[in-house]
Design a protein around this ligand. Structure first.
Ligand code: MLT
Length: 410
């Protein structure tokens, strides 16, 4: 008899974004004339920039020649891309990493979801609440939790509330936690962490021999230069943190797929039986080589081009375009009397619903009356109840139209 992995049965309903898409499709079936605007899932709308397109086309041409053809590449990524990452992402921020600490992959969703599997099942997981659902769901799948309670919280996970009251900055947990997921700039609240905040977490992780899984997928959107782009800007973070970066939002790669994860050599985990320290990097390398065959040459050539002078100029223009959208959303909502957060160093604007409306009630109201799709805060966790997320990824005119529609129903 084939047995199911019952951990999967603990998962609630569908994954958030397909669930929203399902509701939107039902609405569209019933209202075929409705012109629905989507500011829900954080999917980019601008095309790839010319420097990247050119590099990818040229890489396709390489692939059509005997000399330029590439079969399986290194599982960890091509040296040409890894070198650019070290030189352009880390060196200017005072961070020195070794090539062997970078692992190119096909996305941060996969990396943040997969990384947990090299750590023991009895580690206690701590997450910011609201939270990007992948961190929680993949730990549920792995069996690191009990069942979910009514408010959607899983037994065994330490939820660290991030609300307007604490400035969306979670308190340090009072219990022993072992795997701490932090996301900055934050999805979904758009909040950022200053150096002092990150130092507090690094110190905490060191004291507790815990690991920080640091998701920096939105670092390219940071406008304030005093905000760290990498957790490794904090001294000693390389002893306790793994960092995730992505080209999805920074270079428009949501449909191309390229990201990377940093696993420093100094990072250790411990054997439960003896307490002996084990280097994490070779273990992740082993896992990565076993389960992953690398990102395509064409894709990595495209990612490399994002670091060329033209590529940098072009992708920065696109980022500024989205950040202008974010400020249009912030201004419009503020003038309508909503409490608005985020959107200054992140492509997400987080708002409080009015009149005690729940997140899903507000979702339904916007969909039915304004034909506008956003993401209900409660979909990201219990502490997201009463909040709502709007993404800045769209055309400016569409964003303005969306704001006009909210004004009409507010
Ligand atoms: C989001 O909307 O939160 C993002 O699209 C999530 C993701 O990048 O997977």
């Amino acid at each position: 008899m084939i047995k199911i992995n019952e951990n999967f049965l603990k998962l609630q309903a569908g994954y958030l974004f397909p669930e929203i898409a399902r509701r939107v499709n039902t609405f569209k079936d019933q209202n075929p004339q409705a012109d629905v605007i989507k500011l829900g899932i954080g999917d980019v709308t601008k095309p790839l920039v010319p420097a990247i397109v050119k590099a990818m086309k040229s890489a396709v041409d390489d692939m059509g020649t005997a000399q330029g053809f590439h079969g399986y590449g290194p599982e960890q990524g091509y040296g040409f891309l890894v070198e650019k990452i070290l030189e352009c992402d880390y060196k200017p921020r005072g961070v020195s990493l070794d090539k062997s600490e970078i692992f190119i992959s096909d996305g941060s969703k996969c990396d943040t979801g997969n990384l947990q599997e090299i750590f023991g099942i009895d580690n206690v997981v701590a997450v910011q609440d609201p939270v990007y659902p992948v961190y929680v769901d993949t730990n549920v799948m792995a069996g690191r939790t009990g069942q979910a309670s009514k408010d959607g919280k899983y037994e065994g996970i330490v939820y660290m509330p991030c609300t307007a009251e604490n400035g969306f900055a979670p308190e340090l947990p009072s219990e022993q936690v072992d795997m701490i997921y932090l996301c900055y700039p934050n999805n979904p609240t758009g909040s950022v962490a200053e150096k002092a905040t990150l130092k507090k977490w690094v110190d905490f992780a060191k004291e507790n021999k815990a690991l920080i899984l640091y998701d920096a997928a939105y670092e390219a959107f940071i406008q304030d230069d005093s905000i760290p782009h990498s957790i490794y800007e904090i001294e000693g973070a390389d002893e306790v943190a793994i960092e995730f970066r992505s080209f999805s939002k920074s270079a428009g790669f949501t449909g191309v797929r390229c990201a990377f994860t940093v696993v420093p050599h100094k990072l250790k985990a411990y054997k439960k039986s003896s307490g002996e320290a084990v280097e994490v990097n070779p273990i992740w390398n082993r896992r990565h080589c076993t389960k992953f065959n690398g990102v395509s040459y064409v894709t990595q050539k495209g990612a490399e081009a994002a670091y060329s002078p033209e590529g940098q100029k072009q992708i920065k223009e696109v980022i500024q375009y989205y950040m202008n959208n974010a400020s249009v959303i912030r201004d419009a909502l503020s003038s309508l009397g909503y409490s608005v957060y985020g959107g200054e160093n992140a492509p997400y604007v987080w708002l409080s619903t009015k009149d005690g409306m729940s997140s899903w009630e507000f979702f339904d109201l916007l969909l039915e009356k304004a034909h506008l799709v956003g993401t209900p805060g409660a979909g990201f966790g219990a502490a997201g109840e009463g909040y709502f997320r709007l993404s800045a990824f769209n055309e400016l005119d569409t964003v303005k139209e969306a704001m006009d529609r909210i004004a009409k129903i507010s």
